[in-house]
Write a protein that binds this ligand. Structure first.
Ligand code: SF4
Ligand code: SF4
Length: 584
C-alpha cells in the first residue's frame, strides 16, 4: 500500500501551533531522524520515505494542515499530477469521448479544475515528478486505455481544446472593452452572429464587459469558448449565475455541441442539470485538499446514483460515510399555523420595473422556496419583506423580526470570521458551527475566504440573528452538491428548532425540492414586470413553474431524486396529459 503525505501550506502556521508541534511529536523525529523538517518556506515538510503513517501529526496539528493517506492498492502508481513534494495529488483523468458529453461530478477541493485544465492543455502534468511529462510519458502512462488514444491524438496535434473557466467574474479583469469586441476577438469560426442569437446576447453587445451581470457574463464566456475552432470543449461550471430557464437552454446548447468530431467535458454542481446534459459521468472522490481520484466513466443515471450512495461497489470503495437520501415528504396535513408575515395586492415600482404580489403569507415553521427567472423581482420581493426596501403599496402585515442575507457575497472586509459570526459561536455550536465546519475558518479574514466558505459564513451569520423569519437569497451559489444538501438540512433543522420560518430564493430545483414545504412562483417579463404567486404546495407550485418551462419531472426510482424527462418521451407525454408535470 502506498502512502502520501500532504501539507496544506495555507493552513500550516508554526507560530500558531507552538513552534512546529508536529516535529516535536513525530515518533520518527524522536529517534533522531528527520521525518518532518522545517521547509525553506518556513512550513512543515514531510519525508514520505521515513514516515511510518502513524497519523500522530495529522491528528494533533491544530489547523488540520496535515493529511497522511494510505491509498488503495489499485492506486499503487504515480499520480497524474502533484503540486510539489507535499502537495495535492491527482490520480487519473476524465476521458473525453467524441460524440458524448462527459460530466465530472465531485466535491470542491478534490481536483476537478486541475483535471480539466490538464485536458485543456493549460496545465502540464508532471506524473508526480519534478519535471513536466512529455507526450510519450502520458501515452505510456495510459497504455491500453481509451485515454492512450486521446493522448496519441494530442501528440499528433489532432486535439484542439477550448476551455471556459469556472470564475467568469474574473473576465473583466483580463479584458477591457465591449462584449462585441471580446466576441470578435475570439471568433475563429465566423459564427458570432449565430451565437449572439442562440445565447441571447443582443441586448448587451455594446455594454462594457465590466458592466454586465453574472448571468450575462456566463453566457458571453460560453459563447467565447464555442467561437474558438476546437474539437474538445470544456466547461467548468457553466450554469452558475444562470436562472433555471437559462440553465435548461444552456444544457440543450452544450448537449448539441457533441458530435462524431467533437467531444465535450462539463463540471457541474446542479445535479438536475448535469443529469439532463451529460451522457456519461466521471465521479471524483478522495480527500479535500489532499488527493483526488477519477473513477471510470459511468452512464449518467448510474453515476449520479453512485455519487449519492457514497460508494463504488464494483471497486469496493466507500468515499463518503453516509448516503445522501431523498425522501418524498408526505403532503403536510392542513394545520392552522400562525401567520408571521402577510401581503395583499402588493405593488412596488422601481424605475421601469413593476412588482406585484397577489395575496399570500408566510406561516410559522414553514420553509418556503422561491422560484423564477433572473430580473423578475425575487430579490426585490425578499427585500420588501425584510424591510430593507421601503414599504410598497398594498398591505403588508409585518410584526416580526427578519434576518436577511444578501445574494452578492463579495467581501472586502478584513474582519475575522470569529468576530463576524460570533453569535453562531456563542449560541449554535451544534446547529451551525459544527455542521458548517466554521471552526476551520475562525482565524481567517472575510476577504480571504473562497466563495463557498463565504457562503457558509453568510448563512451562519443570517441564521444566528434573533428573528422570526430568515430570508436567504441564493444560498446554494458557490457550493458543491454535498454542501448544498448539507446546507438544506442545516436550514431545515434550524428552522424547526427555532420555531421560525424561512424564505429561500434559489435556482437549483433539487436544492429547493430538498428544502421547501411550499413554493412562491414568479412570472412576468425580466426587467419589465414580475408577479409573485403563492405560496402553493410543492406539487402545485412546481406544476405551475414547470408548465412555463415546458418540461416535466419524475423521481428516480432508486434514489428518489427529481429528474427531467426526455422531451416527448412516454413519461413526458403521460405527465403532460395528466397535468402532473412534477413527479408522478
Ligand atoms: Fe504546526 Fe500543523 Fe504546521 Fe506542523 S503542520 S508546523 S503542527 S501548523
Ligand atoms: Fe511522523 Fe509520519 Fe507519524 Fe506524521 S504520520 S508523526 S510524519 S511518522
Amino acid at each position: 500500500m502506498s502512502r502520501i503525505a500532504v501539507i496544506e501550506k495555507e493552513k500550516c502556521s508554526p507560530r500558531g501551533c507552538g513552534d512546529y508541534l508536529c516535529i516535536k511529536l513525530c515518533p520518527v523525529n524522536r529517534t533522531g531522524k528527520e521525518c518532518i523538517v522545517k521547509g525553506e518556506d518556513k512550513k512543515a515538510r514531510i519525508n514520505t520515505d521515513l514516515c511510518t503513517g502513524c497519523g500522530i501529526c495529522s491528528n494533533r496539528c491544530p489547523f488540520g494542515a496535515i493529511h497522511i493517506v494510505n491509498l488503495p492498492e489499485a492506486l499503487d502508481r504515480d499520480p497524474i499530477h502533484r503540486y510539489g513534494e507535499n502537495g495535492f495529488h491527482l490520480y487519473n483523468l476524465p476521458t473525453p469521448i467524441f460524440g458524448k458529453v462527459v460530466g465530472v461530478l465531485g466535491v470542491n477541493g478534490i481536483g476537478k479544475s486541475t483535471a480539466i485544465k490538464i485536458l485543456a492543455g493549460i496545465l502540464k502534468p508532471n506524473l508526480g515528478k519534478e519535471k513536466e511529462a512529455g507526450h510519450k510519458d502520458m501515452i505510456d502512462y495510459f497504455k491500453g486505455t481509451e485515454a492512450q488514444l486521446f493522448f496519441e491524438k494530442v501528440r499528433d496535434g489532432k486535439i484542439k481544446a477550448s476551455y471556459k473557466p469556472q470564475q467568469v467574474e474574473l473576465i473583466p479583469k483580463k479584458f477591457d472593452g465591449k462584449v462585441k469586441d471580446l466576441l470578435k476577438k475570439v471568433d475563429e469560426m465566423g459564427k458570432m452572429d449565430e451565437m449572439i442569437e442562440l445565447l441571447e446576447l443582443k441586448d448587451f453587445l455594446d455594454t462594457d464587459v465590466s458592466k454586465i451581470s453574472g448571468g450575462e457574463l456566463q453566457r458571453v464566456a460560453i459563447a467565447a469558448t464555442v467561437l474558438r475552432d476546437a474539437n474538445l470543449y470544456i466547461f467548468d461550471e457553466p450554469t452558475s449565475y444562470l436562472d433555471i430557464k437559462q440553465r435548461i437552454k444552456i444544457s440543450k446548447f452544450i448537449k448539441g455541441l457533441a458530435d462524431e468530431k467533437t467531444a465535450v467535458i462539463v463540471v457541474e454542481h446542479d445535479l438536475i442539470i448535469l443529469d439532463y446534459m451529460a451522457d456519461l459521468i466521471n465521479i471524483m472522490y478522495g480527500e479535500k485538499g489532499a488527493y483526488g481520484i477519477v473513477s471510470q466513466p459511468k452512464a449518467t443515471k448510474t453515476g449520479i446514483n453512485v455519487f449519492l450512495d457514497g460508494q463504488l461497489r464494483d471497486e469496493n470503495i466507500r468515499f463518503r460515510s453516509a448516503q445522501i437520501k431523498f425522501t418524498v415528504r408526505p403532503v403536510p396535513k392542513e394545520r392552522i399555523k400562525p401567520v408571521l408575515v402577510s401581503w395583499k395586492g402588493l405593488k412596488k415600482k422601481l424605475g421601469k420595473f413593476d412588482l406585484a404580489a397577489d395575496e399570500g403569507s408566510i406561516k410559522k415553521n414553514d420553509v418556503c422556496g422561491v422560484l423564477g427567472e433572473n430580473g423578475i423581482g425575487k430579490t426585490t420581493f425578499v427585500k420588501i419583506l425584510a424591510g430593507v426596501l421601503e414599504e410598497a403599496k398594498g398591505i403588508i402585515d409585518r410584526k416580526l423580526r427578519v434576518s436577511y442575507n444578501t445574494k452578492y457575497l463579495e467581501s472586502d472586509s478584513d474582519e475575522l470570521v470569529a468576530s463576524f459570526v460570533n453569535d453562531a459561536f456563542q449560541k449554535y455550536d451544534v446547529q451551525l458551527v459544527r455542521p458548517l465546519e466554521l471552526k476551520d475558518l475562525m482565524t481567517k479574514k472575510l476577504n480571504e475566504l473562497s466563495g463557498g466558505e463565504l457562503q457558509k459564513v453568510a448563512i451562519a451569520h443570517c441564521l444566528s440573528q434573533d428573528a422570526d423569519v430568515y430570508l436567504l437569497d441564493e444560498p446554494s451559489a458557490y457550493l458543491d452538491v454535498e454542501q448544498r444538501l448539507l446546507i438544506s438540512k442545516v436550514i431545515r433543522d434550524f428552522i424547526e428548532q427555532r420555531n421560525a420560518s424561512c424564505l429561500v430564493v434559489d435556482h437549483d430545483i433539487l436544492f429547493i425540492d430538498y428544502l421547501s414545504d411550499e413554493l412562491i412562483v414568479f412570472d412576468g417579463r425580466p426587467a419589465k414586470h414580475g408577479n409573485a404567486k403563492g405560496p402553493f404546495s410543492m406539487a402545485e407550485g412546481m406544476n405551475m413553474f414547470l408548465g412555463d418551462l415546458d418540461i416535466t419531472m419524475r423521481r428516480d426510482q432508486e434514489s428518489q431524486r427529481p429528474r427531467i424527462n426526455k422531451p416527448d418521451s412516454q413519461m413526458d407525454r403521460k405527465q403532460k396529459s395528466e397535468k402532473k408535470l412534477y413527479y408522478a
